[in-house]
Design a protein around this ligand. Structure first.
Ligand code: ADP
Ligand code: GLC
Length: 485
């Protein structure tokens, strides 16, 4: 019998330990899905201050000390270990100098200037701890720019195992390292040419992952195409085209044990496609808690989002007056850049009776909003996969999305009532224009005003299945291919 494969997932964030966005959901739920496919999986991430304080899982000292050279500095670190869930080891790389601070990547919206040093340290530490892990990995599955350097480091060390597979969750984050910091990376100079890390006079750690991986994944088929175009490539479209043969788009999955309206521990009432009464209670409770009284009959639209340019907040601000004119109520939960925090706060002054904004990262409220709403708005400029629309579908909350990336791949635009039954799951628009958003929201509200048809769409969405198994099988096939060559 062939021995089991061992996969090590390296990620800058893993739910429930540390999270700023969907990457943490993926890194937290893909391991169990891979284990179900018969491969052993472990995760490795930085031991941020918040991870040590929140104690989401029990962590033990391993006694292993790390000594990493970066340019002319010697930096010390340590290795902790625990279990993400039973049977899935979690390894954490600690370092007082780099990870004992309040934020993951920034403080109050201002990026830490030594992020290249911090994540270079993390990548080097991952390689240093390999011999100490309970299972030596066959594959390192590295995620986003923070882990990109692992790919060339594997090549330099000349190791046959592990082999490197790199996932691009967001090509907009290039992990730029200025030229004068190059010597921290510890790569031979020829790795920094145009076919290597070099990016318009700087180095890109994302590009390191793209160029030096054995296989490349991004998180939806449409995004796999978009990143090969100048509009979607963030300056790396040529590089992606050059490496297109090793690229594939594998859609993210959902952990339905966490996102299920029948069992969700954050909801005031539970419901299913067969009985939607509980959803109505979720809406009423939410409106009362946010003091949007007398609004239960009106369509409730929500957004749950990181506040960055990517998410199309400007479009919502621009469209606000027309949107509220339709009679809808809107609640936005978001955290991120102060500029966009002010923008979503600013809407409230003009529309106090129809709008609430909540600034912060609030897991419980995110579930309550997705359950209590009639529709969710996702007007992204680009969206590699998007998870909130997948959660919303399961919760009977109709997505209104821009037809990009994974949003395009997972939502079916309403094409009219079908005599055989409505099977479309949402509303899509193409142009990044306020007018397109307004017209599409009006289409959604027209359907909302025909309750029977709207309920049919709600139920069609709830029947969709984006569980991990199908995607995990695709990862497994990819690992087999990478190990066979
Ligand atoms: P992205 O990774 O680009 O932020 P996704 O849709 O893939 O977008 O994933 C976002 C994840 O982060 C979801 O789990 C969503 O519920 C969560 N999330 C985003 N913003 C917040 C917030 N302010 N509070 C709670 N959860 C949030
Ligand atoms: C990124 C993308 C998002 C994707 C998530 C997980 O943060 O912006 O679209 O769903 O990663 O892959």
């Amino acid at each position: 019998m062939p021995s089991k494969k061992h996969i090590l997932i390296a990620s800058p964030e893993v739910r429930p330990l540390a999270q700023t966005g969907g990457l943490a959901d993926v890194a937290g739920s893909l391991p169990a899905a891979l284990v179900r496919q018969g491969v052993e999986t472990a995760v490795i991430m930085p031991a941020y201050q918040s991870v040590l304080q929140n104690k989401a899982i029990r962590l033990k000292e391993t006694g292993i000390r790390l000594v990493i050279t970066q340019a002319d500095q010697i930096i010390e670190g340590f290795l902790l270990h625990g279990e993400l869930t039973p049977g899935i080891p979690a390894y954490l790389i600690g370092c007082d100098q780099f990870f004992n601070r309040p934020g993951l990547y920034d403080c109050d919206g201002i990026e830490y200037p030594d992020n290249p040093e911090r994540f270079t340290f993390f990548c080097k530490a991952v390689l240093q701890v390999l011999p100490h892990l309970a299972n030596y990995p066959d594959i390192i599955l590295a995620n986003d720019w923070q882990t990109g350097l692992i790919m060339p480091l594997l090549i330099i060390q000349g190791l046959d195992r592990p082999r490197g597979v790199f996932i691009i969750h967001n090509q907009g984050y290039l992990g730029l390292t200025p030229h004068d910091k190059l010597d921290i990376l510890g790569l031979p100079p020829h790795f920094n040419n145009i076919d290597g890390l070099e990016y318009y006079g700087q180095s890109s750690l994302l590009k390191a992952g793209i160029v030096f991986s054995r296989a490349l994944v991004t998180v939806s088929p449409t995004y796999a195409k978009e990143i090969q175009t100048p509009e979607g490539g963030h300056g790396l479209d040529g590089t992606i085209r050059h490496h297109a043969e090793k690229l594939r788009g594998i859609l993210n999955g959902v952990d339905y044990t966490l996102w299920n309206p029948k069992t969700d521990r954050y909801l005031p009432a539970h419901y299913s496609a067969r009985s939607l009464k509980g959803k109505r209670r979720c809406k009423e409770t939410l409106l009362a808690e946010l003091n949007l009284t007398g609004a239960a009959e009106r369509p409730l639209v929500v957004m749950v989002t990181r506040l960055t340019a990517q998410k199309g907040i400007t479009l919502v601000a621009e469209a606000a007056a027309d949107l509220f004119h339709t009679g809808l109520n809107l609640i936005i939960l978001g955290s991120g850049e102060p500029f966009y925090e002010n923008m979503i706060r600013g809407i409230e002054a003009n529309f106090p009776s129809q709008y609430r904004s909540v600034i912060g990262y609030d897991e419980a409220l995110s579930h309550q909003l997705i359950a209590g709403a009639d529709m969710i708005l996702i007007p992204s400029i680009y969206e590699p996969c998007g998870l909130v629309q997948l959660y919303a579908l399961k919760y009977g909350t109709v997505p209104i999305v821009r037809a990009v990336g994974g949003l395009n791949d997972t939502v079916r635009d309403f094409a009219g009532t079908n005599p055989k039954g409505l099977w479309d799951t949402g509303f899509k628009f193409t142009q990044f224009q306020a007018r397109a958003l307004i017209l599409t929201t009006k289409r959604a509200i027209d359907l909302y005003n025909r309750p029977r048809d709207f309920t049919a769409m709600v139920k069609a969405g709830m029947k969709e299945d984006f569980s991990w198994d199908n995607s995990a099988r695709q990862y497994l096939k990819l690992f087999e291919k990478v190990l066979a060559t």
